[in-house]
Design a protein around this ligand. Structure first.
Ligand code: 1PX
Length: 216
């Protein structure tokens, strides 16, 4: 469950470490580490202030759904994203075309986080390559418009846009990552972005193969 962890200080290294642990030797994605990565990111979001509360609340809600499966009686089926997809599809536990008796399947829940991971990848890449005076709010909304926003209704897009406006400037933003001087953050981002991108690609291919990219 999302415990007091979310109140602790964010550290980019920790998120990097969890995403490193995500991939098995045969490139399966471990759900436990995937959700741990998201927990770390939620900590970051919480440290930015209550304006982001509606976003972190939704992320925590989704993390908790997945953790409940992971620790539930069929937890062994949820060890990797690959095994989860197979198990839920084989047992008809996914609403495929419209919301029905399985509105909170692991597959549809993870898909929401997966789409947000693409936003993260685009945003962090912009942050990494930006100049000192670049605006985080612009980088954030560009990344959002290229990815996640397509899946959000107008009202959510509007609220997200308003929240982006109060993001701290680049120097303060890099500082909250608790890595050290900006050059060090940039170097760490150089390590983190490809990792995040690989986890994203593997999940994307799996979902595309199984026709799961539009789950309601
Ligand atoms: C750094 C600034 C953070 C800005 C976050 C950008 C993402 C904006 C997402 C806006 C989501 C609004 C909340 C509602 C979402 C739901 O409607 C929607 C659909 O769910 P449903 O189908 O169950 O109804 N949910 C979602 O799309 C999932 C959103 C999950 C967002 C998690 C965002 C975590 C951000 C972490 C920030 C880390 C910053 C990087 C630091 C290294």
């Amino acid at each position: 469950m999302a415990g007091p962890q979310e109140d602790q200080k964010f550290c980019l290294q920790e998120v990097l470490d969890t995403f490193k642990l995500c991939l098995s030797e045969k490139k399966d994605v471990y759900l436990e580490h995937y959700v741990a990565g998201w927990r770390g990111l939620v900590k970051f979001l919480n440290s930015l202030g209550s304006v982001f509360g509606f976003i972190s609340k939704d992320a925590v809600n989704k993390i908790n759904i997945l953790v409940t499966y992971l620790h539930g009686e069929n937890g062994s089926q949820y060890v990797t994203v690959q095994s989860m997809v197979k198990y839920e599809l084989d047992n008809e536990l996914v609403d495929l075309t419209k919301r029905g008796s399985h509105p909170e399947s692991g597959c549809r829940t993870l898909l929401r986080l997966h789409r947000a991971l693409r936003w993260l990848e685009l945003f962090l890449e912009r942050l990494r390559t930006s100049s000192e005076d670049s605006k985080t709010s612009v980088m954030c909304s560009e990344a959002y418009n290229e990815s996640l926003s397509q899946h959000h209704p107008w009202v959510v897009r509007k609220a997200a846009g308003m929240a982006f406006c109060v993001l701290p400037g680049r120097p303060a933003f890099l500082e909250v990552m608790n890595v050290g001087p900006p050059e060090q953050v940039v170097a760490m981002l150089g390590e983190a972005v490809p990792l995040i991108s690989e986890v994203y690609q593997i999940t994307e291919e799996l979902y595309a193969q199984q026709n799961l990219l539009d789950l309601p």
